[in-house]
Design a protein around this ligand. Structure first.
Ligand code: PEP
Ligand code: CO
Length: 459
């Protein structure tokens, strides 16, 4: 990698990285973190990249989901388990409809730092620095809480490590066994309109497994039925931390950011001459790039070429997030720009970040219909352009929150205050997440390119 060093990003302008008042303390914390064990192993990251290469080829689908911002307050094994359950359920719905494997990628075990629309926040006439994520400062509206504190990085590392540990146990220890799909249902989903549909799916899977068992194929000897690969991701925003977690793989000499399997560059930090792109071009991890209305197709193509000069499949995921009304205006141009350069990318859709509105009751929310419409519009554009809509990126949780309006339970503006817990953006609750998966599965069934791919994947 030409002229790249672990810290070469420091020579470039960077946005959304806080100034720490005590730089010496920050350096001490970072030196310590450099000695901590990697959270993920280079071989896993390579494995994920291979799976994403299958998505590029239309032989798999990518599902990426989790909190907008993980927090210290919401850290609880039940929350991790329930988010994991919903991702498994959504994957099952999508796998079944598309007859394609689903690559499962959590926005979890490290998704703390947030770029904010304004550097300060005003409450009751008082102005303080914005909340930037629990690994940087605290959400309470006091001067002390809002001061960036390097020690928070230790706590975030530790929370990520234990989150990943339980996720690995769930993924490999039998919890994800296809014979146990009925256990993935969350109590409150059992009463929801999605429950009946999921039950039908459970029954079909039970039939298929019964048939396979009769043929002698059981989870005892087929690991695929018993375990899943579950990968982690977050926005590579806080580069001092990402740098400290980047290690040289002793078997290959490659540099891997071992804080997660996959990291992405946000819509606000993807400047071609900025530090975030510079950092990401030197690491082997698969990289996501958010593409919002301000992104220009030729710039995105240049970023892809800078980060992925060998045009390796699975290295780049473009995550479009235009807002439901803007998809037709922007996405076709981006697809054509990327095609013109012959670049290999996964096309994923984030139907959350372009659809944030303020409710009449003053909450940041996202109408479920707008989320669904963005997905539908993205599918239609890819169908028209002959490209493969291969992924979904959502902010969701396994908790029964009321943060996004609408959905089958018709959450209204007035309902939002009842269980609004997010530390940043509004998330789909598990009911809405599952409903979205069913709606996408309908889109997939309509889309002819999927049936063609499914046949190829099976052959
Ligand atoms: C996010 O994914 O949390 C985010 C901030 O998204 P974007 O960069 O697309 O605004
Ligand atoms: Co967000």
């Amino acid at each position: 990698m030409k002229n790249w060093k672990l810290n070469s990003w420091r020579k470039y302008p960077v946005k959304h990285i806080p100034e720490y008042p005590d730089k010496k303390e920050l350096d001490q914390v970072l030196s310590k973190i450099k000695t901590f064990p990697p959270l993920v192993f280079a071989g896993e990251t390579r494995h994920l990249k291979q799976q994403l290469a299958d998505v590029v080829d239309g032989k798999a689908f990518l599902l990426q989901g989790g909190d907008c911002a993980e927090s210290f307050a919401e850290f609880h094994p039940d929350n991790i388990r329930d988010t994991f359950k919903v991702i498994l359920q959504m994957s099952l719905v999508l796998t079944y409809s598309a007859s394609l494997p689903v690559v499962k990628l959590g926005r979890i075990a490290g998704q703390f730092s947030k770029p904010r629309s304004a550097p300060t926040e005003i409450q009751g006439g008082k102005e303080l620095p914005s909340y930037l994520g629990d690994n940087i400062n605290a959400i309470d509206f006091t001067e002390k809480a809002r001061r960036p504190d390097p020690k928070r990085l230790f706590k975030a590392y530790s929370q990520s490590a234990s989150t990943l540990n339980i996720l690995r146990a769930f993924s490999k220890g039998g919890f994800a066994d296809l014979n146990k799909v009925h256990l993935w249902n969350l109590d409150y989903i059992k009463k929801s309109p999605q429950a009946k549909k999921f039950k039908e799916l459970e029954d079909k899977i039970a039939d298929a497994l019964g048939f396979m068992e009769a043929c002698g194929i059981t989870s005892d000897f087929n690991n695929r039925l018993y375990t899943v690969n579950f990968w982690t991701s977050h926005e590579a925003l806080l580069l001092p931390f990402e740098e400290a977690m980047t290690r040289t793989d002793s078997t290959t000499g490659e540099n891997h950011d071992t804080s997660a399997h996959f990291v992405w560059i946000g819509d606000r930090t993807r400047q071609i001459d900025g530090g975030h792109v510079e950092f990401c071009r030197g690491i082997e991890n698969p990289i996501g790039i958010k593409c919002g209305p301000t992104s220009k197709p030729d710039e995105i193509a240049k970023i892809c070429e800078t980060i992925n000069p060998k045009n390796e499949k699975g290295k780049i995921t473009l995550i479009s997030r235009y807002g439901h009304k803007n998809v037709e205006k922007f996405l076709p141009k981006l697809i054509r720009g990327i095609k013109k350069e012959g670049l290999n990318v996964v096309w994923s859709c984030d139907p959350m970040h372009g659809n944030t509105v303020k409710s009449t009751t003053g909450f940041k929310t996202r109408p479920f219909n707008d989320v669904v419409n963005e997905v539908k519009n993205v599918f239609a554009v890819h169908q028209a352009e002959g490209s493969y809509a291969g992924g979904l990126h959502v902010e969701m949780t396994g908790q029964d929150v009321t943060e996004c309006t609408g959905g089958a339970r018709k959450i209204s503006d007035a309902d939002l205050s009842s269980r609004y817990h997010t530390h940043c953006d509004p998330r789909l609750n598990s009911d809405q997440a599952l409903e979205l998966a069913f709606l996408i599965s309908d889109e997939i069934k309509k889309n002819s390119s999927y049936s063609k791919n499914a046949i190829q994947a099976a052959s």
